[in-house]
Design a protein around this ligand. Sequence first.
Ligand code: S3P
Length: 181
Amino acid sequence: MVRTNISLKSVRKIIRLSATNIVLIGFMGSGKSAVGRLLAKSKQNFFLDTDAMIESAEGKSIPKIFEEDGEEYFRSLEESVVSWLINNVNDAVISTGGGMLVYCEKLKEVGKIVYLKVPFETIMSRMDKNELKKRPLFNDLEKARVLYDERNSVYEKRADIIISADASIEVVFSRLRDAVA
Ligand code: S3P
């Protein structure tokens, strides 16, 4: 019998290197879904949105999940989505909820992590009433600002590629397309 001495960490690394998904991360309202959809179309790949997957699996909106089941339950759903993506998805463009990589570092095994970096002020200017209503963690602006600063350093540390996304969707899309080409 041939014994190999490969650590779990190395196996994870091999899996990660072989995954060809593009995973978009960034703060709420950074344009992950809009730009991700354009990228997927241009690459003729499928586009997945983890928030939409969770909403359709649960049959209710994210604010309702937060309200009725709590944030912890939502994070456990995100973790299940990440495990499923690792085992089942290749060659897709995936837009993630803003907290997914923060709470679940395993997301890095899904594919290449691309951070769409947008200043907090720009995010605020993009948020109308309707967009705010969809995001329970934006209920308190002071708290959202603090969360932004905390998250930004985590995103920067864990991303494979950082894209300045303080621009129109078309410009961000072309930066993204060049960066992942
Ligand atoms: C969250 C971001 C949201 C959604 C949920 C929690 C977060 O997604 O997953 O409200 O923790 O930042 P978007 O980043 O698409 O708004």
